[in-house]
Design a protein around this ligand. Structure first.
Ligand SMILES: Nc1ncnc2c1ncn2[C@@H]1O[C@H](COP(=O)(O)OP(=O)(O)O)[C@@H](O)[C@H]1O
Ligand SMILES: [Mg+2]
Length: 172
């Protein structure tokens, strides 16, 4: 998607799936590359499969996927895995950045051993600089979906600082 590219994202991988399990296993494989401090945005229409992608990632981290639902009303939900915590946001009902700040989003970006997931990143485009990955899921007929993974080209200063902190902690 053109606007992602303008925001410093580079197309990393494009794949197709034709089942829910296909989407989940793709997500499970993707989860293997995630590091603490990463932030993953999921873009796509209602019913595209954003939440099912997050379920797949949850399985990788030993979190029961049944616990994963769109936090449309709670806005944020935290799931503790064995080695990693998943912090799951849904921006759908948010009005803007000011409202987002009240949810604890900013703090969650520097939580230890956590990975942040964001459904509906389009709602608050100011957050796009925060994301390490942007997953775009598009309907391609019935159960078919095309999934494109975009990766941030170069780390923004904020992200770099965060990764450096985690690296430092890791070597202690
Ligand atoms: N290939 C597929 N990948 C993911 N979901 C699919 C697929 N095919 C059908 N579905 C259905 O589409 C819906 C996706 O729901 P959900 O993950 O909650 O979407 P979103 O979070 O994007 O609104 C589910 O009802 C699921 O069963
Ligand atoms: Mg959802």
């Amino acid at each position: 998607m053109e606007s992602f590219l303008k925001k410093g994202f580079k197309k990393h991988k494009a794949v197709g799936t034709d089942s829910v399990n296909g989407t989940k296993s793709l997500a499970r494989a993707f989860a293997g590359r995630l590091k603490p401090g990463d932030t993953v945005a999921l873009s796509g229409d209602l019913g595209a499969g954003k939440t099912h992608f997050v379920k797949g990632v949850a399985a990788f981290f030993g979190i029961n996927e049944k616990q994963i639902v769109s936090p449309t009303f709670s806005l944020m939900k935290t799931h503790r895995g064995k080695q990693m915590q998943m912090i799951h946001f849904d921006f759908y009902r948010l009005k803007g950045l000011e409202e987002l700040e009240k949810t604890g989003y900013r703090e969650s970006l520097s939580e230890d051993k956590s990975i942040v997931f964001v459904e509906w990143p389009e709602i608050i485009k100011e957050t796009w600089d925060d994301f390490t990955y942007m997953i775009r899921i598009e309907h391609a007929g019935d159960k078919r979906r095309s999934i494109t993974i975009y990766k941030k080209n170069a780390s923004k200063p904020g992200v770099k600082t965060k990764q450096a902190v985690h690296k430092k902690r890791g070597t202690k």
